[in-house]
Design a protein around this ligand. Structure first.
Ligand code: SF4
Length: 590
């Protein structure tokens, strides 16, 4: 039988050329028979097609405003500076609130996950506000574009683009442009509309802004929990973000022209030189480091009291729910702070490393299995060597991406005083998470939710893990199932999953309060045991710190001791050590 899948027709007769075709024809005949028998009239089927978007061209750039949002206000402001530095006009859509959630429900499809409603409704709400402020609808459609991340699933993330379009149409903004940069699109998506060049400069600027946002956000959380003067950390944070925004905005991208002028056109392989030059400039230049050191010094002048015994709460969960700072996660960060917790937030950097890691896994898993390829016979050593080379080449590039990203991230950690956490090794997370949640199962945070819970609890980095997961989230629901096994195996862990939604804030807060009570007791007991073991009273330790005022600076480096979790407990061991006491603890590598 022929392997062709197309029937050959001649003179009205259909010649069946494959088994599949025969089955298809029989199914069609049977369907026609049943429809006739049931008296069903055949309807014409109209499949959904992605609407053809009006292009965003380079000549529209000066009068077009890019809208974006969905992160923390710190990340957003820094990304704003980075985009302005590339010559774009942009505006941040403010943090989504309950009203946005309701609009998302009103104009979107049923059965979506919580972040979809919040983010989609938030865009509609913002456009409505712009219209109320006097901007004509026609001008909104022509002069504004929404820029967002996209993916092809497997969770509802793949449906965001369609949801934005549907809600915009239902709200009367049909034709409003939504542009995606693809989660899996790589470093150069410049084939996209020329108005927005998603090239290496775009991604480097974006990554610098996101990394700065991650680290400054974590540092601020560390300090705020212990600040001697309430509100001082936030005042410095505001000032610092404004300052870094300007630094990002003023930095012009590296180019061969900027170095060689007109002579640049004469150099051979100009494109490759330009590409390499940009990378080297990113790796070698200290442009941002000077600004970050200024911010470090400013934060370091904030005075802190590390003797306040506080439980450390590690935030995990679904990407958006654990990142947003508003109604989307029941305003969880200010609530935890008010309740006396020290918070470790989750950096976006972990997710970026996770995405690279997943691509590495896929390449390893599918080695030699690419669709359509035929394995060469064993005697064709040349062809086999070529396949091996291609495979290793891909892995090498991704390994380089992992190393470069981590290096750049850690450079910022060091420039901001070195107190923020380093990126957690993805291979370690995979090793911890895989026995409970298959690391090849994609969508959302995949195995990360489980792995982070084990990692932070087992490494004695927190007293409690709070997982923020949206209602209707498929990967988080799967994760929750697996977490039951995790909690059963790690008996000492305090783990609380909270389902976030547009309502139910009081109930969620009261559940957090209960778990926090347990974590507080754990932190207090730990501190008491530490004081007993080091043989010093709190008053003695405090008196020593008063005589050494540099120890009350916000970024004074306090070692992390094995077996000790809390900041107050670690600080007590450190002070005792400086006082010359023999302490039964040893410091761990940072
Ligand atoms: S991870 Fe969950 S909440 Fe996030 S987009 Fe996917 S389904 Fe929605």
């Amino acid at each position: 039988m022929s392997t062709s899948t197309h029937p050959a027709t001649s003179g009205g007769l259909v010649q069946i050329t494959s088994l599949e075709e025969m089955i298809r024809q029989r199914v069609a005949e049977e369907r026609a028979r049943l429809e006739k028998e049931a008296g069903i009239a055949r309807k014409e089927i109209h499949h959904f097609h992605k609407p053809i978007e009006r292009p965003f061209t380079a000549d529209q750039r000066n009068k077009t405003t890019l809208l974006f949002g969905g992160l923390t206000w710190k990340h957003e402001k820094l990304v704003h500076g980075a985009l302005e530095g590339l010559g774009y006009k942009c505006e941040v859509v403010p943090t989504a609130n309950v009203k946005a959630f309701q609009l998302g429900k009103e104009y979107g499809n049923n059965g979506q996950c919580n972040p979809t409603y919040f983010t989609v409704g938030n865009l509609v709400q913002y456009l409505q506000k712009l219209e109320e402020s006097g901007i004509r609808r026609e001008d909104l459609l022509n002069n504004y574009i929404f820029l967002t991340a996209g993916a092809c699933g497997p969770c509802r993330f793949g449906m965001y683009e369609a949801e934005y379009r549907l809600a915009l149409r239902n709200a009367g903004f049909d034709g409003f442009r939504v542009m995606l940069f693809q989660q899996s699109g790589g470093l150069d998506q410049s084939e996209a509309e020329a108005g927005l060049c998603m090239n290496l400069d775009f991604f480097l600027n974006l990554l610098n802004a996101l990394n700065m946002g991650d680290i400054i956000n974590e540092v601020a959380h560390q300090i705020r929990a212990f600040e001697a003067n309430t509100g001082e950390t936030d005042a410095v944070l505001d000032e610092s973000i404004d300052y870094l925004h300007e630094a990002l905005k003023k930095k012009s991208p590296w180019s061969v022209e900027s170095k060689l002028g007109k002579a640049a056109n004469k150099i051979p392989m100009k494109g490759t030189v330009e590409y390499l030059g940009k990378f080297l400039n990113q790796l070698m230049s200290d442009d941002y480091m000077v600004a970050l050191n200024q911010v470090r010094d400013r934060f370091n002048r904030v005075k802190v009291d590390r003797f306040r015994v506080k439980p450390i709460v590690k935030i995990t969960g679904e990407f958006w729910a654990q990142t947003t700072e508003g109604d989307g996660n029941f305003n969880m960060f200010p609530f935890l702070h008010k309740e006396g917790a020290q918070i470790i937030v989750e950096p976006i950097g972990t997710w970026i490393m996770y995405m690279i890691h997943q691509v590495v896994q896929k390449i390893r898993d599918t080695k030699g299995l690419e669709e359509g390829t035929v394995a060469p016979p064993s005697w064709r050593i040349d062809k086999q060597a070529k396949i091996e080379w291609n495979y290793r080449n891909k892995l090498m590039k991704l390994r380089a991406a992992e190393l470069i990203f981590a290096r750049e991230y850690h450079r910022i950690v060091d420039a901001l005083g070195g107190t923020a956490h380093r990126l957690v090794d993805q291979y370690e997370l995979q090793r911890l998470g895989h026995p409970y949640y298959n690391s090849r199962a994609g969508g959302g945070e995949g195995h990360l939710e489980v792995a982070k819970n084990i990692y932070y609890s087992n490494r004695e980095l927190c007293h409690m893990v709070l997982s923020l997961k949206p209602f209707g989230c498929m990967p988080s629901t799967q994760s929750d199932g697996a977490q039951s096994a995790v909690v059963a195996h790690y008996k000492d862990m305090i783990f609380l999953p909270i389902e976030t939604s547009g309502e139910g804030e009081i109930n969620a807060h009261s559940r957090v309060q209960m778990a926090l009570g347990e974590a507080k007791a754990k932190a207090k007991l730990e501190y008491k045991e530490v004081l007993e073991k080091i043989g010093k009273s709190q008053d003695e330790l405090k008196a020593y710190v008063e005589q050494h005022p540099e120890m009350s600076n916000a970024l004074y480096p306090v070692p992390k001791y094995k077996g000790v979790i809390g900041t107050a407990a670690n600080f007590a061991v450190h002070v005792a050590e400086r006082m010359g006491a023999q302490v039964p603890y040893h410091a761990e590598a940072h």
